[in-house]
Design a binder for this molecule. Structure first.
Ligand code: NAP
Length: 323
């Protein structure tokens, strides 16, 4: 049992959480970051990041997050890898605060920053669960090397699907991208690379109906959305599903206001509807989910939490007065 009262507990070990940890620790606050015990930030399973400003050479996602962590710990951030089970209000002496229970410990703090990110959305079709780990995957970096000289299907048309499809062509002899529209959502540079890659084929205006297999995936049944709406089977050894995100906000449901899709509603200072709880990164309602925007949110959340904690302790810097 840990009796120390932290100024801030950050929940989540991605770019938002570690940036918040770095800023708050550097400001001299006592900060604990609880990273997922059984989950990892999506960045850590990204092969290459090439759009983080200041790093012109593409960097592996895991390596980038390690750099975030080291930089934050240099300023005194404490980190643990545990799964948060609950966050509840708790009177801590004179002031209100929070109690965070994990699978193995209980921690207390004056404020909370939620940086829990998001997880892959599921298709919800027959075969998806059955063949998970036996041909169905959400991680090209982890599973791509198993598909050397084999054929795979990628489902989705966003940045993730296209970036991962391009990565998979390092191994697979053919990658068929199944997308429900006749154009891609992905950004220009990724689109151009996919169109000029002769190992990539497209199944436009199509949705997956079923993932087929025996011991492992053998194919995917897709339906053409254009009349006459025929179904056909693409023979493949792997099906990589990248159809967007769902926020990891189940633990804080009921604690702060969420939008209809489960994303945390924050103001421009990263304040949630609950005083003392701040949020940043992919789990908040916003337009653009990128490493750079998560980091920016994280810095803002840390500064907002710092001002909140200083006010609570009667240590606010305040306005200048000659008296
Ligand atoms: P996303 O942008 O939401 O794209 C999801 C894709 O899946 C869309 O093309 C969508 O089709 C399709 N889709 C959704 N539900 C589907 C269903 N039930 N059946 C079939 N297709 C379905 O998700 P994402 O690509 O994972 O990206 C998430 C965020 O991370 C974005 O903000 C993205 O910019 C960012 N990201 C950036 C980079 C980078 O900068 N290099 C890399 C990865 C991710 P529609 O297009 O028809 O909606």
């Amino acid at each position: 049992m840990e009796n120390k009262i932290y100024d801030i507990i950050i929940v989540g070990g991605g770019p938002g959480g570690f940036t918040a940890g770095q800023y708050a620790s550097r400001a001299g606050l006592k900060v604990l970051l609880i990273g997922g015990g059984s989950t990892v930030s999506q960045v850590t399973i990204t092969d290459l990041v090439e759009n983080y400003p200041g790093i012109p050479e593409p960097v592996n996602g895991f390596e980038l997050i390690e750099r975030f962590r080291k930089q934050a710990e240099k300023f005194g951030l404490e980190t643990v890898s545990e799964d948060v089970a609950s966050i509840t209000k708790k009177q801590l002496g004179e002031t209100g605060g929070w109690e965070v229970k994990t699978n193995s410990n209980t921690y207390q703090s004056l404020s909370i920053i939620i940086a829990t990110g998001a997880s892959w959305r599921k298709l919800g079709i027959p075969g998806e669960e059955t063949f998970l780990g036996r041909g169905v995957s959400n991680c090209a970096t982890c599973d791509g090397p198993f598909y050397k000289n084999r054929e795979v299907v990628v489902i989705g048309g966003g940045d993730t699907a296209i970036q991962e499809a391009i990565y998979l062509t390092k191994f697979a002899s053919k990658v068929t991208i199944v997308h429900r529209r006749d154009r891609l959502r992905a950004t220009g540079v990724l689109r151009d690379r996919a169109f000029s890659n002769d190992r990539i084929d497209f199944a436009w205006n199509s949705v997956p109906e079923e993932i087929l297999g025996d011991d492992f995936v053998t194919g995917i049944k897709i339906k053409d959305l254009k009349p006459p709406g025929d179904s056909r089977v693409i023979e493949a050894d792997g099906a990589f599903v990248f159809i967007g995100l769902v926020p990891n906000t189940n633990t804080i449901r009921g604690l702060v206001n969420l939008d209809d899709n489960g994303y945390i509603i924050v103001d421009s200072d990263m304040k949630t509807s609950e005083s003392g709880i701040f949020a940043c990164g992919d789990c908040i309602q916003k337009l653009l989910r990128q490493i750079v925007t998560a980091s920016g949110d994280g810095a803002t959340a840390a500064f907002s939490a710092q001002l909140y904690v200083e006010e609570l302790k009667g240590e606010a810097y305040g306005n200048f007065s000659a008296d």
